[in-house]
Each structure stands twice: as C-alpha cells, then as structure tokens.
Ligand binder design. Structure first.
Ligand code: GDP
Ligand code: ZN
Length: 447
C-alpha cells in the first residue's frame, strides 16, 4: 500500500518554544530521507543521535532519529521521527530539509487518515485519537483512550455480528418461499431480534454517556419569565453575561454559556420564558426555546414555591432521553432550606440564585449527569456515533413491526441491511470520502 502514496511530513509537537520538538515523516521516501540525514542506514526502532544538516552541509540541529519500517508503525507506512530542540525556527528548517529530500507538507490528520486506510485503526479509534488530544478532563481523556484502544469498536463489532446472523437467518427464509411464513414465525427469530435490541439499547446508553464525557453536557434552562433563569446562569457562570431585570420577557434570545465544572464541559442555554405571546420578537424566542430543548441532554426548569406545580407542565412533552431537573428558586424569600429529592420522574432542588444557597448541590448533580466518576470501562463517543445507533434502533423497530404484522421477509431483510450499513459507518467498514474528509480535516496538523 505504501508504494501508491507520496511522502508526508509535519511538525508533530505543539507550536511555541519547548524542550523538544518532533518532525514526523511517513511514506515510501522515508528510508532514503533517513539515510541522508543520518549518513548511513538507520536501524529500525533504534534511537540514533544524529546531526541534521542542510543541503550545504551546514548544521541545522542535533537530535534523535527514529526509524519505524512498514508495516509496524503508526501509519502502517515507513515512518521517521526526528526529535530536535523545540524551537520554531530550527524545526521549520528541519521540515524544509525533509521536503527538499522528497516529502510534502501533510494536511491536518493525514497521518491518522493513512493509519485508518492501512487498517491500523478503525474510524471510531481514529476519532478517539483526536478526542484524546483535545480532552479537557481526566475522565474525558481516560474514556478517549479506551475508545482509541478499541473498547467501543469491539462492542459495535459484536452487535454487527449478531445483526448479520439475524439477517442471514431471515434471508435464508426468503430463499425458500413456500416455507417463508413458517420460518419467519419461528420464535427463535423473535428472540434473536429481541436480544439484539436489548444489546443495542445498552450500547446506546453507554455511547450517550461517552458523548457527554467527550462533548460536555447541554443544559437548557427553561421556566416562566422572572423565575430567575438569567440570574441562575450568571450565578453558575460567575459573571454578568446575561441581562437580569425584573421586566418580564427580557431574555428574548437564547444565551449560551460554556462552563467547566472540574474539567467537565457544560453548555448552558438560557431560553426565553416559555409562554404564549403576541410580541413577534418574543415569539421567536419561544420558538428557539423549543429548539433548544430538542437538542439538550438536560432540561432545567427554574421555578419558585408559588408556581412549581403549575410550571411542571413545561416539562411535559420532552423526549424521554432528556433528563429533568426542577429548581425551586428564591428560597431566600420564604426561608425554605436548601434540599433535594426525587419526584415525578425529575430531580427537585431548592436553591437561591441570589444568595447561592443550594447551588453546590446543583453543580454536583450536573457533574454526575455529565459522567464524572462514571466507573470502569466508560469510553468516549461522538454525536455521529450516537445518531447512527439511534438510526439502527429505528431500523430494528421497523424489523420487529414487519415481522409482527405482515411477515414480509423481504422488508425485514431490507431494514436489517440498512441497519448493518448504518452500524458499519461507526467503525468505517462503510464510509464515504465526504465523511472521511469531514472527520480528518478537524484534526491538528502532524497527527
Ligand atoms: P428570568 O426572566 O427567568 O431570566 O429571571 P431573572 O434572572 O431576570 O430574574 C427575575 C427577577 O428575580 C430579578 O429581579 C432577580 O433579581 C430576581 N431573582 C432571581 N433569583 C432570585 C432569588 O434566588 N432570590 C430572590 N429574592 N430574587 C431572585
Ligand atoms: Zn432571563
């Protein structure tokens, strides 16, 4: 596979002054480049101390040269790593020298893309490499490392095999039309499908947790005007980002605040008060509030002691996956003490955005929902993985429906074929150039 590609290079260490800087090279020209820089043939996987010189023989830098012959390398191609002093000027000169010797500058993520194309990593693992580099918390980094090592991919693969087994079973039935009906009525098929759906639901839950560890948690703050939504956002964010006033309906747009709780990212969105209104600007705000809820992980209803029971209706039509929190605000006014409890499928907390009482309990609760302290084996995932798993769930629902009602084997087989395809997109056994381009272009250069 190496013979068909050109040779790429990039500075793999972070920009700016540092103790050590690394230039990485991958491709068929690597042995010749290594030989030229070292003055002799390098030993594989051996740290050579070398003098890197320019075309005129002038010293650029002294450092270590490491040569990894294909296929036992990160990309699966011949790879060279040059470690010099972490000076932008020296690394730049070294990079230029490597280009003179036959390499070209790598695009972002191109090393990892080659690793994927050469079968060193699957797509979910390659994405985890980028997520590991970008991780903002220990929990997030550990989870990304597990995905990079294939924990998520293996679960997807297990599911894929079970799905293929069921598909084979059903397609065999189609091939014997006179017996098809009996075949499809076989309770073993229903059991197989049920087991598959259970397995998928579990993986979806884990992937959703992995997404939160990776991306942070989206919290939509809702509630009637003047409940204290903006005040709460300000109290949590610790600044005066949102405008707080006592004229009802002030918050007309959706305000967003990025917050980090012990390294776990939270995106808080303060929505306009959800109420029917004739003011067109405010009506737009209400429309956006509904949009915000649709993409949130958590709906945080802000209310107060007088309105709590009536405001619960605002949580009524949410999709099942959205976690519900009810914050009874302004406890400083009626001398309630801060506390929390489970009630009506939601967690209730009593607090005051004004005095800050009860907000620590809220922060702890948000952190737990974001996956902090989630135990062994948590892996990272991306939104596209979660969407794919949800799509697979829909296909399996359709399959079950078809088998229950019409026993149309062809239709069931087609649903399973689409489910298999969608599942395969997670690890990249099915992937388009567009998808690959979108994924790898978001990497940093040199990775
Ligand atoms: P929003 O419309 O839901 O965003 O509400 P605001 O955050 O703008 O607050 C409306 C009014 O309630 C303002 O006058 C706030 O100062 C007040 N307020 C908010 N939280 C509290 C609280 O915990 N205690 C008291 N006493 N007043 C509060
Ligand atoms: Zn507000």
């Amino acid at each position: 596979m190496t013979a068909n590609t050109d040779t790429i290079t990039a500075i793999a260490s972070a920009p700016g002054a540092a103790g050590v800087g690394v230039v990485r090279v991958s491709g068929p020209a690597v042995p010749a480049i290594a030989q030229n820089l070292l003055g002799r043939e390098p030993q594989p996987r051996h740290a050579h101390f070398a003098a890197f010189r320019d075309v005129a023989g002038e010293l650029i830098d002294r450092g270590l040269l490491l040569y990894f012959p294909a296929p036992a390398s990160y990309t699966g191609e011949h790879v060279l790593e040059l470690q010099g002093h972490g000076s932008a000027v020296l690394l730049d000169a070294l990079l230029r020298r490597v280009c003179e010797l036959g390499a070209r500058l790598a695009r972002p993520g191109e090393f990892t893309e080659r690793a994927f194309l050469n079968g060193k990593l699957d797509l979910a693992q390659a994405e985890a490499v980028a997520d590991l580099i970008a991780a903002r918390s220990h929990a997030g980094a550990r989870a990304a490392l597990r995905s990079m090592e294939g924990v998520f991919s293996r679960k997807v693969e297990t599911l894929l095999q079970a799905l293929i087994a069921l598909r084979v079973h059903i397609e065999a039935a189609i091939d014997f039309p006179e017996e098809e009906i009996d075949f499809l009525a076989d309770p073993a098929i229903a059991r197989q499908l049920e087991a598959l759906r259970t397995q998928l639901a579990e993986l979806l839950r884990e992937a959703q947790r992995g997404l939160r560890l990776n991306d942070g948690l989206r919290v939509a703050i809702i509630g009637r005007p003047n409940a204290g939504k903006s005040s709460l956002l300000n109290a949590l964010a610790g600044n005066e980002r949102a405008i707080v006033t006592d004229i009802a309906g002030t918050t007309r747009d959706v305000l967003r605040e990025q917050l980090s709780l012990d390294g776990i990212a939270l995106e808080l969105a303060d929505t306009a008060g959800l109420r029917d209104t004739n003011d067109p600007i405010e009506r737009e705000g209400v429309r956006r509030a509904h949009g915000e809820l649709a993409r949130a992980d958590i709906a945080l209803l802000v209310t107060d002691a007088q309105n709590a029971v009536g405001d619960l209706a605002l949580l009524a039509d949410l999709p099942g996956a959205v976690e519900r929190l009810v914050l009874v605000n302004k406890i400083d006014l009626d001398h309630t003490v801060e506390h929390h409890e489970q009630r009506d499928g939601a967690t209730w907390l009593w607090a005051s955005a004004k005095t800050g009482a009860g907000l620590d309990v809220l922060r702890e609760h948000l952190k737990r929902l974001a996956g902090a302290g989630s135990g062994e084996g948590a892996f990272s995932a991306r939104r596209r993985h979660v969407l794919a798993l949800q799509q697979v769930a829909v296909h399996l629902d359709h399959t079950a429906h078809v088998l229950d009602t019409s026993r149309a084997g062809e239709l069931a087989a087609e649903e399973l074929r689409q489910a298999q395809h969608t599942l395969g997109e997670i690890t990249g056994s099915y992937s388009s150039d567009d998808l690959l381009g979108a994924i790898f272009s978001s990497f940093c250069i040199g990775k």
